[in-house]
Design a protein around this ligand. Sequence first.
Ligand code: PGA
Length: 254
Amino acid sequence: MTGASPATAPRAGRTGIRLVRVPNGRVGAVAVHEVAETVADHPRAVLGVATGSTPLELYAALARRRTHGLRTDAMTLVALDEYVGLGGDDPRDYATYVRRTIATPLGIPDDRVHVPSGTTDADAAAFEHGIAGMGGVDLQILGIGRNGHIGFNEPGADAASRTRIVSLDEVTRRANAEHFDGDLDAVPTHAITQGVGTILDARRILLLAAGRGKAAALRAALTGPVSAEVPASYLQRHPAVVVIADDDACEELE
Ligand code: PGA
């Protein structure tokens, strides 16, 4: 991990970010319109998928669209990140999440589901090579961590970072302990994640945020300086970002 790059002043109103504020409980229902439009226009789209709780309703809504005729099974899925050290059959690993929660309900076969894995630089490079080979990500769905992380790019992550092995922040491990029966010691200490630079290569980005716990991070990401201390603030440098955030997550915004 490299040191923090210098903060730059926010270009208020001139970033590529469009904020859509929605009532609590409506993030997925609104986000599905954005995703369904992309899929309808480009059935073979490469969809970058986030794991975590926030996008669950979006994925469920997308599957419902499929039952009403939206063609989702020609897409390719690319995941952001994966824990290091869980067994391949562990229900908490993100490959399992992506298959069970997204790929299967959308009818996407295994050979078009790409989740980073492994522990070496060569594994990371192979994943990057794979994304390049499919022509890049058309639409990247993102969540935001309480500490402002995107993927597992924790505070301090460099803007130019690529897929790599990282150690997880204490804040992240505590937040994710709920999926490990509350046992912090069971939460992996390392992960493989797309880098900030990898994420910013996506043509369009859809960031989802829900709940009071994300309010400070969202404020810092959207209105603060672009800074390694808040990796989501790098999104201010991307030309096409839509943020869908509920009232609670918007609580600290003007
Ligand atoms: P969450 O995770 O959707 O489970 O809150 C988001 C994140 O940590 O990036």
